[in-house]
Design a protein around this ligand. Sequence first.
Ligand code: DC
Length: 472
Amino acid sequence: MKERLQKALARAGVASRRQAEEMIRAGRVRVNGAVVAEMGVRVDLTTDRIEVDGRPVDAPPAFVYYMLHKPRGVVSTVRDEGGRRTVRDLVPVAERVYPVGRLDMDSEGLILLTNDGALTHVLTHPRFAHEKEYHVLVVGEPTGEALQRLQQGVSLADGMARADEASLLMPSQNSWVRVVVHEGRKHLVRQMLEAIGHPVLRLVRVRMGPLRLGKLPVGHYRTLSPDEIANLRKGLPQTMTRPRTIAIDGPAASGKSTIGELIAKRCGYFYFDTGVMYRAATWAALDRGVDIRDEAAVTALTRQLHIEVKPPTVADGRQYTVLADGLDITWQIRTPAVDAGVSPVSAYPGVREALVAQQRRIAAEGPIVMAGRDIGTVVLPDADLKIYLDATPEVRARRRHLEILARGEPSDYDEVLKAMLRRDKIDSTRAIAPLRPADDAVIIDTTDLSIMEVVARVEQLICPAGRPSDAS
Ligand code: DC
């Protein structure tokens, strides 16, 4: 596919279109070996050799879409800590695809897997909830009145729930019923049928919006047809209102602060890294000789501590200046001692309570990109856009190792990896606010992506129809 050079560069994640035009004008871009300095040259990313500053530009990964008929007993995540079978095991394709939304382990039927983050976002975001149709085997034979009740609304533990449609498909001792809902609450359909006195024996999702499971056999998958993809996209808003709050979560060195800061700068958001607060509390405890294991003392200290994060006050490579009770501790919070202490400190409920309250106040002030471990799940559960960055532990340890060396400090890769695995484990298994993707988060695996590729994907989520400044 031929397209204009600046557009191709933007699509490949090199820069925005505007910036790509500047790069072209500055003579930094070569096509098949020759510098191209004028606008309007058309190229094909897959066949033309394009270089920026001498570095080759790769074509962006093509988007792929698969439909799976999920059997019972398979979890709809990419990886499972307990080693259970996942939907990813059943769709053994080369691309890094993720399931769109969840389907309970005990439920069956249609699940979509794709690497198209923008589509995942709009399909799973509550604002664009689309219909989901289920065939449900229930105990007994529901009466017309009982099914009517489902459509009028039944009261569940977490509020009212209403079916758009409910009808009897096959009456028997145990009957099949058809239920259409447009909400995504956990266990919704099971609870609704339980509420009218007909517990669920089997639950099969047969349709998501325009996409039908059809005759796809259990455990099998297939690619979507171009028509199916077009229909899925139809009806989705072309331009969404820009999100006001953006949550970025993920493990250490998954790219949260690099990406968060770039996105904030390019798209006009305030960037706030909540890890800084947990680090400041840990630093204060170490500084004052408070034993990190003394939960009550660390909590009391955190409650009193006045933490401020400001624009950089010294030009020494810092992203921001961190003050604790007025003292500049920007670099002190990055030492191995703080690294080692921060996970236990951040597992204390009282510490979290104090800091989360401050984080919510900060987020209420204006458009913000907030990074951390529990922003999408706990701090801002209603964030307009939730992103979960991930990468293999080895790649994350390598990034951290290089960062430390770049600061001129000694570093041992194996030690960094060990410390990182230890911290991952504490952060994701602690009782309070453990690290995990929110159900409606867009997961981006950054293992094989460049920084600009990740930035491009996130920008696409912020403005699916292109950045406002790129309207050429
Ligand atoms: O992102 P970071 O590595 O600077 O975070 C330091 C630690 O703080 C991390 O190990 C877990 C904790 N943390 C947290 O528990 N919740 C957050 N929202 C942010 C950080």
